[in-house]
Design a protein around this ligand. Structure first.
Ligand code: 5RP
Length: 230
């Protein structure tokens, strides 16, 4: 009989692994900032196991709020809380400095708001999200609809290909009532400068580069276990 090696972990299992590992960063007795996405959904499931040891959460989307409340975790308005010890969220890409692309789930504006009110940002991601240079993942940008066309042209002048994200044949409408432009073909070598520049274009609500609100810690799910990158 030959010993067979265990089946490699699926992407879903890697997400569950980092979701559980993030519990170590939750401060007991406090309110935790909670992001959005399939990896965060694993974290929310894990968080429910210690719900009696936290005060509750500030959430970055309607979807996460519904999940948290369904599991009996109280959700606070971000304006009701001065500062959070920790914000836990996923990413579409993360580089070696903790700079990220986020917004694949269209929740980038509220994610950036909750990240900004948190002392630390713990990014949870499977290893496929780790990149050297940001930009292979189409960059999400939340825009005021009347500015979408002009913003798309500005990205095209930078060499990007921009399109309005759709859902069921219509422009997707975010939790904030705005649209998302996704820009592919960019190579973002200066995330801090890029974020600052795009932020000041009229009609841009939020650009999905998280450089000013970068991750303090990244828990990366790999076949060999959770790697902690600082
Ligand atoms: C949502 C996000 C998510 O964190 C990002 O898209 C990663 O999602 P997932 O964990 O499903 O891969 O930014 O706006």
């Amino acid at each position: 009989m030959t010993a067979s090696s265990p089946a490699p972990l699926t992407q879903d299992e890697l997400k569950a692994q980092v979701g559980r590992a993030a519990l170590a960063y939750v401060v007991e007795g406090e309110i935790v900032g909670v992001g959005t996405g399939s990896t965060v959904n694993k974290f929310i499931e894990a968080l429910a196991t210690m719900k009696d040891r936290i005060r509750g959460a500030v959430s970055s989307s309607v979807a996460s709020t519904e999940r948290l409340q369904a599991l009996g975790i109280e959700v606070f308005d971000s304006n009701a809380v001065d500062e959070l010890a920790v914000y836990i969220d996923g990413a579409d890409e993360i580089d070696g400095h903790g700079f990220m692309i986020k917004g694949g789930g269209a929740a980038l504006t509220r994610e950036k708001i909750v990240a900004a009110q948190s002392r630390s940002f713990v990014c949870i991601a499977d290893a496929s999200k780790r990149v050297d240079v940001l930009g292979a993942f189409p960059l999400p940008v939340e825009v005021v609809p009347m500015a979408a066309r002009r913003i798309m042209r500005q990205f095209e002048r930078m060499g990007g290909i921009a399109q309005v994200r759709e859902k069921e044949g219509l422009p997707l409408v975010t939790d904030n009532g705005q649209h998302i432009v996704d820009v592919s073909g960019l190579r973002i070598v200066d995330p801090l400068g890029f974020e600052s520049e795009v932020n000041q274009w009229p009609g841009v609500v939020t650009v999905g580069v998280f450089a000013h609100q970068r991750a303090t810690v990244c828990l990366l799910g790999t076949p060999d276990g959770v790697q902690t990158l600082r």
